[in-house]
Design a protein around this ligand. Sequence first.
Ligand SMILES: Cc1ncc(COP(=O)(O)O)c(C=O)c1O
Length: 362
Amino acid sequence: MSQLVAENIERLIAYSPGKPIDELKRELGITDVIKLASNENPVGPSPRVLEEIERVAPEIHRYPDAAGFALKKDLSAHHDVPMEEICLGNGSNELIDLICRTFATPAEHIVFGDPSFVCYWLGATAANVPFTKVPLRDRVHWDVDALLAAVKPETKVLFVANPNNPTGTHMGASDVRRLLEELPEQVVAVLDEAYVQFADSDDYASALGMRNVRERLVVLRTFSKAYGLAALRVGYAIARPELIDFLNRVRAPFNTGAISQAAARAALADAAWMERYVEMNRVERKRVSEGLEEAGLDVAPSQANFVLADFGRPGKEVYDALLRKGVIIRPMPPPIDTMLRITIGLPEENDRMLAAVRELVR
Ligand SMILES: Cc1ncc(COP(=O)(O)O)c(C=O)c1O
């Protein structure tokens, strides 16, 4: 019999999400569990989102607007870009996959960081495109020279998460600009700004302000993080119309649902709600980072809604020990398997996590 799947599909490892709260409750028979493992918004979406969901729910027997007209119109006004420069995705995750399939072939090549968001590896591997993982400096800082050095004549796509997941660190504005300027013309540079709202460093800048620097630039955004709509799966890409046109040809029809589109519009309209969470995150991120450092851990400087802390011992041990205390965080694969990623939660959740960590390292 012929082989069921191609060799690249055989190599894939299914994405492993943060452990669900109910699963841990079942496994350990405990009721009091907090999850700081998936970089979710712990506050929840604006109440206006919930009202909007109720308003549109009676229409779910109809297909959604396949073009996402109303949401794209709002996003167009929000970012001051034409609607033709926006493509909606079923989360920005779908767009990562689409970008790999649309712009690269198995004869070409993709570059991304290591450690960085695991879905770049998944997307490249599923599309059977060879790739190079470029180590971050000291495992946590972007290294623009190393990224540029990894680019070959056949490189078609480069992914940079800024701020980066799982390190939380950012690439400074002058480095982003230099990268966009110096990358060879054929490369589609993808700046994944899933955590952009949390970045407050003086030298952080969105690549949206650098669109004049390069034609082949895609900026990815999501409603999953600051806007608190992770369950609804809405992300979007901003790029020149010719790039967006190809993404639209490859994507599945109706890739974002009607409830999701409506909820995203309501979330976008309630900026104040999102900003309150971002402010809470800023205060708590500092407090959590300092608390972990006081416990003797190295913490990467974060511009996101999570921190990466080095426990200096096998992360799986730390992870399991914290699970037993009802605290779910995220272990990491090599080369950062002594580090764990901790989402910034509500103040009381962070207190509980810090107390559990202090007990553990004592
Ligand atoms: C850097 C980065 N990009 C993209 C995503 C995907 O987000 P979503 O598919 O929910 O939009 C995530 C989620 O964790 C992320 O960390």
